[in-house]
Design a protein around this ligand. Structure first.
Ligand SMILES: CC(C)(COP(=O)(O)OP(=O)(O)OC[C@H]1O[C@@H](n2cnc3c(N)ncnc32)[C@H](O)[C@@H]1OP(=O)(O)O)[C@@H](O)C(=O)NCCC(=O)NCCS
Length: 389
């Protein structure tokens, strides 16, 4: 065993370790900046659509109009789900499985219906990625409908990706504003550097497994409350607080008992998450338009941000600031999406990031195989079971 002096450094959580090169996204965590393929996130959130951002991430450039039309048509074409997949979703809903578990299982099940699952060429991987990307909202809408004893609404080809999603959820064509809100949410979640779920899916693809498996690994990893599950946790936290005038007392108690404020803090952003800033502005508009629960949640969130940032600053922790998950629950609530579905929507959007990254990695793959430092004993004597104390 290595002596203490020559003990290799263990990079717990792989913090600060670069595992690959990418052209997909760049986070400047000190200056509140995020870029997709070099485009500032603010410009994309303001001007683009999810389909255009997906094209950008897959082809590393913005599409011409004819290219975007074709790309949208291909996505719209792929929205249908096999009957068997719908039945699996229905069965899991009846078992009261968590929506993320249903989504993970349904995506995995879809692989059995894809004749190209074992083909690892770039063209085939792009086709499969588009299929998974296009079908994910249909899976989410199906579980939402089944869980409320409502009929499944088949997808429409004449609607945009997010318009169709909202239509399949609520059996009602969304307004222009609702579409804009959902497009913004989808754009902001599309890609985000080498986070835990991106790494998990990259580990999977680095073994030359397949795109479906890579996405399933991503979903499984995104589920956790320290990652994608934070929006759901932030929602329950706002509900627990109940009203803006309870914030002050709640924060004192929470910090005294070492509770984390959900939706704040980030491994990479040590300044305000630019996506949270975009959502915060949009939530302000939502609160005005919708009133009711979205407005109440917004007011609690704004007050909690003010009090928590003041407390963190007093401890010299100016680096703990709201992340995107802090401000999405307000928009989700306005769109009629219940908290247990928040992470599924993050997932539906992030599939483009995972698959784009997987395809980028496959251009020059290397098996991801780090080391763990053994710190146990060696050469122990094997004692027969009846002689063990
Ligand atoms: C995201 C997160 C996991 C990053 O964690 P990390 O990189 O391990 O955090 P850091 O090393 O920067 O900070 C750790 C310290 O800051 C504190 N801290 C970090 N985020 C905090 C939060 N949201 N509320 C209160 N304290 C927090 C921790 O208590 C910890 O203090 P300790 O060492 O005394 O226990 C963490 O900020 C967190 O749990 N946030 C809440 C969940 C969340 O919003 N996740 C979504 C991420 S997109």
């Amino acid at each position: 065993l290595a002596s203490q002096a020559e003990k290799p450094k263990v990079y717990k959580g792989l913090e600060g370790i670069y595992v690959t090169e990418t052209r997909l996204s760049y986070i400047d965590g000190l200056h509140s900046k995020l870029y997709y393929v070099g485009y500032p996130i603010e410009a994309l959130a303001k001007n683009s659509t999810y389909e255009e951002v997906a094209f950008l991430l897959y082809f590393l450039r913005l599409p011409r109009k004819d290219e975007l039309d074709l790309f949208k048509a291909l996505m719209a074409e792929a929205r249908e789900l096999p009957e068997d997949v719908l039945n699996v979703v229905k069965k899991m809903v009846s078992l009261k499985a968590h929506p993320m578990d249903i989504l993970r299982t349904a995506v995995s099940y879809l692989a059995a219906y894809d004749p190209e699952v074992g083909v690892n060429t770039p063209e085939s991987n792009l086709r499969k990625s588009l299929r998974i990307l296009s079908k994910a909202p249909s899976i989410i809408a199906a579980m939402y409908r089944f869980s409320r004893n409502l009929d499944y609404i088949p997808p429409r080809k004449d609607l945009s990706h997010v318009e169709n999603f909202l239509y399949m959820l609520h059996d009602k064509r969304p307004t222009e504003f609702e579409t804009k809100v959902m497009d913004t949410i989808f754009i902001l979640h599309a890609e985000h550097g080498m986070n835990a779920s991106a790494f998990a899916s990259l580990v999977t693809i680095s073994t030359l497994s397949d795109i479906y498996s890579a996405v399933v690994s991503g979903i499984a990893t995104l589920k956790g409350p320290l990652h994608g599950g934070a929006a759901e946790a932030a929602y329950y936290q706002f509900k627990e607080i109940g009203s803006p005038d309870k914030v002050e007392e709640w924060v004192q108690k929470a910090l005294a008992s070492k509770r984390r404020i959900m939706g704040m803090g980030h491994r990479v952003y040590k300044s305000y998450d630019p996506r949270a800033k975009i959502m915060r502005e949009l939530d302000g508009e939502i609160a005005k338009i919708y009133g009711g629960e979205p407005k109440l949640l917004y007011e609690i969130a704004i007050k909690l941000e003010e009090v928590a940032l003041r407390e963190f600053a007093e401890k010299g922790r100016m680096d703990i600031q709201p992340n995107i998950d802090y401000y999405t629950p307000i928009a989700y609530t306005a769109l009629g999406i219940p908290p247990e579905y928040f992470t599924t929507i993050f997932t539906a959007s992030r599939i483009v990031g995972w698959t784009a990254k997987a395809m980028e990695y496959l251009k020059d793959p290397r098996l991801i195989r780090p080391l763990d430092l053994y710190v146990g004993e060696l050469d122990k004597e094997y004692v027969p079971i009846d002689k063990r104390g």
